[in-house]
Design a protein around this ligand. Structure first.
Ligand SMILES: Nc1ncnc2c1ncn2[C@@H]1O[C@H](COP(=O)(O)OP(=O)(O)O)[C@@H](O)[C@H]1O
Ligand SMILES: [Mg+2]
Length: 352
């Protein structure tokens, strides 16, 4: 069987409420696709449509070239891990991991070897005889991953698998998942998260969701450097979004004339300029903006400056290397950014 996942215009509704709206997405064999979006945007629903726990009202779901839309969950051969581990409390670790194999009626003689292999892959071999209550949260999540891997799935679905863990464990497990993916290069992974750091670190591509719809899809670098919408710009990374009027070869913002690539937008159009805070510098330079310091935050290696620019008091964020002397509130400062670091978004801006 070939791998990969394909949503073909999948719509899911609860009663009259459409929670997944004509969703199209292809996950290639061996690819990690993050589904990134705010709470309630339909991420879990999309995952459950692949697993077979919800039935679309229209559209098809394919695994490889097989249409599985009508297939029950246990016949789809998918591994799934959810936020709350969902281990069986009365079963030892090894029996939890064997569960999917027994349900699949795998040959009895094969089960111990497959269980040992999955526990090895997740670093849990020493814990086979324990019960879930005798494990930490992170260990329980490893067992849940081992259970999903034991059936040797071509498709692995992970629904916010790290969100119940504390920050340090989360970043450790993130590195573990990246390693697992390298060891299982043929497995397609659909990884649901509302955390952009997880998506940026782990995913080959990110599908951005909002309000039941796919908003954007691309590599982390594409979405970060060239977002197509304000939603993507502010959800993937931090963004300054400034209302501008397009001119020829630039745009004006609060009386300042800025140079940037207008991508063929007609002069006079209203648009939004996006520039990342770490690409905004303090001091004079091209595309200078004058304003007053409204807030200063020390973040260790950097200072985050909030500068109010223009009569309307738009706040521009700048992340600059830690300053020896921090400016005082109300100080007048100049910020700048390079023309190539600005992206125009919004009405009349051509895609691509
Ligand atoms: N079983 C259900 N019955 C009714 N509404 C549901 C059900 N599951 C999810 N929803 C609704 O569908 C929408 C999307 O939910 P979900 O896919 O869980 O979003 P996400 O995972 O992005 O937070 C939400 O508005 C949620 O309240
Ligand atoms: Mg969810």
């Amino acid at each position: 069987m070939s791998g990969g996942i394909r949503f073909d215009s999948v719509t899911v509704a609860y009663g009259r409420n459409t929670v997944l709206d004509a969703f199209d997405l292809t996950v290639e064999p061996g690819e990690v696709m993050a589904l990134l979006g705010p709470s309630g945007s339909g991420k879990t629903t999309a995952l459950r449509a692949v697993a077979g726990f919800v039935r679309p009202v229209s559209g098809r779901v394919f695994l490889g070239d097989r249409d599985v839309t009508a297939l029950p969950p246990h016949r789809r051969g998918i591994g799934m891990v959810v936020q709350q581990y969902a281990l069986f409390p009365h079963l030892r670790v090894e029996d939890n991991v064997a569960f999917g194999l027994r349900a699949q009626k795998a040959p009895k003689g094969e089960i111990p070897g497959r269980v040992a292999e999955a526990l090895e892959q997740t670093g849990m071999a020493a814990y086979a005889k324990r019960y879930p209550r005798e494990l930490s949260g992170g260990q329980q999540q490893r067992v849940a991953i081992a259970r999903a891997l034991a059936i040797r799935p071509k498709v692995l679905l992970l629904d916010e698998p790290l969100s119940a863990l504390d920050a340090r464990l989360r970043s450790e497990m993130l590195a573990e998942l990246a390693r697992l993916h390298r060891e299982l290069p043929d497995v397609s992974i659909l990884y649901v998260t509302h955390d952009q750091v997880e998506a940026l670190t782990l995913a080959d591509r990110i599908a951005v969701m909002d309000q039941a719809r796919l908003q954007d899809c691309g590599t982390p670098q594409e979405l970060y450097r060239r977002p197509r919408t304000e939603f993507t710009a502010s959800f993937v990374g931090n963004a300054n979004l400034l209302p501008v009027t397009v001119g020829s070869g630039g745009a004006s913002f609060e009386g300042a004339e800025l140079r940037l690539d207008t991508g063929g937008v007609l002069p006079g159009a209203a648009a939004t300029l996006c520039v990342r805070p770490h690409l905004v510098g303090l001091g004079d330079g091209p595309n200078a903006l004058r304003g007053r310091i409204a807030e200063v935050q020390w973040r260790g290696a950097t200072h985050r400056l909030y500068v109010e620019v223009g009569a309307a008091g738009h706040r521009v964020k700048a992340d600059v290397r830690e300053l020896r002397e921090t400016p005082a509130l109300g100080d007048e400062v100049t910020l700048h950014f390079a023309p190539e670091d600005a992206v125009l978004l919004g009405a009349g801006v051509a895609d691509g």
